[in-house]
Design a protein around this ligand. Structure first.
Ligand code: SF4
Length: 337
């Protein structure tokens, strides 16, 4: 008997798990509010959403508290009128990235390290993001097929660490990441790889078998710097993702941004770092907000930030105390407060 074979779709057209979740992200503020049982909220702005669209993976939205307009995860993603008010000292390129460009997609700001802007895409759009105005279309290394970025790193023998950043570098498909790391592996002076990513937190499905196989095969020690700002961002899916990353030998650190209304209390900070530790993640930096246009309503004054950090020092063991820093354009390292 002859059976009719149905040809499989080409691999590039088959939705894989994480890419399906990516595509299904919430993009409409009204849908997000309705899922949370909230009616129209004062201050929510379509004009702000038009400037920088809302984008939230459904799994992340599921970690928001139902019916709470002040939920700390909701506050990080909801476009508000406040973003449109001009604020003195807040600008489009708050951290001096424009001046630090050393080649297509490569930022060279700190000794020995090259930051490679791998992509402009993110699974989530954080309203306080310091790169919300960055010219990604011109400046991502992937856009030039990595060639210019890899050549810039190869030519500078002082560079020992490559930092994959973005956007979110893990938003690239795994074969694309492998293409880049294969090229970097041929550069003898590269000794470490660092990956700055929020994906294992906001869309833990990204940590799939293919990504883990790629990670296991890398020839360098790998540091994965996550980005979580509140303990509620963790959950069973995130725990599984961090455990899998650690099992492949990655060192996991977390950087958070100090945000008014999200994590500007001792309780919120202590809970964040303790919850991160339970997921195998050590705190690295607590950033003072980059003064990017549209984010002024998240700012916590330096004096208050220092007092909070001092209270954290009294509450937390030393290994759970992140360094409180600010990025200052032109500085050779993050500036401790
Ligand atoms: S994930 Fe990171 S780069 Fe992307 S919007 Fe959020 S803060 Fe910005």
């Amino acid at each position: 008997m002859q059976t009719t074979m149905i040809p499989a779709a080409p691999a590039r057209l088959q939705p894989t798990g994480w890419q399906q979740h990516w595509r299904e992200a919430i993009r409409d503020p009204r849908e997000l509010l309705s899922l949370l049982g909230l009616q129209a909220l004062a201050g929510v702005s379509e004009a702000a959403a038009a400037q920088f669209p809302l984008r939230v993976p459904r799994g992340f939205a599921a970690r928001m508290r139902h019916g709470d307009p002040h939920d700390p995860l909701l506050r990080q993603v909801l476009p508000l009128d406040a973003e449109l008010r001009p604020a003195p000292g807040f600008s489009l390129d708050a951290v001096g990235d424009a001046a630090a460009r050393a080649g297509h997609g490569v930022l060279h700001k700190y000794a020995g390290r090259a930051l490679l802007v791998a992509t402009g895409s993110c699974a989530i759009h954080c309203r306080y993001c310091f790169r919300r105005h960055f010219p990604y279309a011109e400046e991502t290394a992937a856009a030039a097929g990595w060639r210019a970025a890899v050549a810039a790193i190869r030519a500078d023998h002082s560079l020992h660490e490559v930092i994959l950043s973005g956007g979110d570098p893990l938003s690239l498909a795994t074969p694309k990441l492998a293409e880049l790391t294969d090229a970097l592996a041929a550069i003898p002076h590269v000794r470490r790889l660092r990956i700055h990513t929020r994906l294992p937190v906001v869309l833990p499905e990204r940590v799939d078998d293919a990504l883990l196989a790629w990670l296991s095969a890398l020839p360098w020690p790998v540091v994965v710097v996550l980005h979580a700002n509140h303990a509620n961002e963790f959950g069973a899916g995130v725990d599984a993702a961090t455990a899998a990353l650690r099992a492949r030998g990655a060192t996991l650190l977390n950087q958070a941004v100090l945000l008014r209304g999200v994590n500007d209390s001792l309780e919120a900070q202590a809970a964040l770092h303790e919850r991160g530790f339970a997921a195998g993640v050590l705190p690295y930096y607590l950033h003072q907000l980059d003064r990017v246009a549209g984010a002024a309503h998240f700012e916590v004054p330096d004096d208050e930030a220092r007092a909070l950090h001092e209270a954290m020092r009294m509450r937390l063991p030393g290994y759970l105390l992140p360094r409180l820093v600010r990025e200052v354009a032109g500085d050779g390292s993050k500036r401790p407060l």
